[in-house]
Design a protein around this ligand. Sequence first.
Ligand SMILES: Nc1ncnc2c1ncn2[C@@H]1O[C@H](COP(=O)(O)OP(=O)(O)OP(=O)(O)O)[C@@H](O)[C@H]1O
Ligand SMILES: [Mg+2]
Length: 399
Amino acid sequence: MKTTININLKNITNDIFYPLYKNTSRYLVLYGGAGSGKSYFSVEKNLIRILKEEGHRILIVRKVARTLRRSCFQLFLDYISRWNIESLFVANKSDMTIKYCNGNMVYFAGIDDPEKMKSIEGITSVWVEEASELSLNDFNEIDRRVRGETKHYKQIILSFNPISALNWACTRFLEGTPKNTTVLKTTYLDNRFIDSEYKEILEAYTGNARMVYTLGNPGKLEHAVFSNWDIVDEFPDTDKDIYGLDFGYIHPNALVRVYLDEKDLYWDEVIYKRKQTIPDLIEDMEAEKIQKKLIYADNEKPEAIEEIKQAGFYNILPCKKGKGSVEEGIQFIQGLKLHITKRSTNLIKEAQSYQRKVDKDGNVLEAVEKSNDDGMDAGRYGVFTHYYNPEGSPSVRWI
Ligand SMILES: Nc1ncnc2c1ncn2[C@@H]1O[C@H](COP(=O)(O)OP(=O)(O)OP(=O)(O)O)[C@@H](O)[C@H]1O
Ligand SMILES: [Mg+2]
């Protein structure tokens, strides 16, 4: 039976990406600023290939499997439902696979799940989402797996923000003219679907965050606030954890789990969502089952704190802030070893561009750039209020 599906690709695709439906380069490199439509196009192109071609076993990969579920896997399901073609697919949520009625398969796997990665054979094409999260070794391994005769062209799509000019994805693909490669740089200005509030956030960015996320150019992190951090697999098994919460709406709500063990400070991104009302936030917090936990929330939003308390989070408290508290909190954290869990992709991105301001003569200031720092603030609220001992510190005045 032949099925006809009518989709007007020109209407649903950003113009800058449209010609790439026909692109057959082995490496299709989509890099640039935030919100430019890279991820949406990658789903569109892969889905169209699934619908039109046969014999596919497409792998969608990210560093961390858990982040893949709520990003790429969810986006595929959203597209299938938006295009009204659910009846032609079988999605297996526990395995994270999607099967098309002609036998084509889409597999979703994290680099951190090597068993699953190994079990997927005969890969015909790949989309590496947030490629800069991977190591060059991770990438080479995937590259090696896409070999042999296939009915249709083999393509590895890489999408990423050029977080650092030194990152392998930038040096491998953005310098010189690599073979069999098509490179497209995009920014939010190329995305006609972007919402105006997000556009405003991006336009207000300064420093390295502006370079990378607004302008889409390879970043260079000078005067980093934190250089004492690394990425760890898991949060320690403890019941002494506390939480820091920064409120947003246009900016994200950021809820960070925090634990200090001697000099080892752990941060785990629990919630990081834009355009969430307080009831939405409460719903997500309920799913985390943290009603009994100490939560230090931005003291500038007492109504929001009260609303969350009324919903059963009786240990939510306003965080402490005051003159000099940002700098004191930062200095305290700088004296520790900060470990950020690997699933905390937004915290990691923030830490990678969190820097001090520089004045017009090039002098480094004490102030930090107020760009892309909602998770950093949330983590600091928790640390500063719970762990930092303010007694005897004359520069801090509680408000
Ligand atoms: N083809 C499209 N149809 C509808 N909406 C789209 C489309 N492309 C992009 N958008 C909208 O623009 C937003 C940003 O797009 P997308 O997530 O693809 O950007 P990105 O380049 O992957 O960003 P980042 O670098 O932050 O990952 C999406 O959340 C969606 O709202
Ligand atoms: Mg994306």
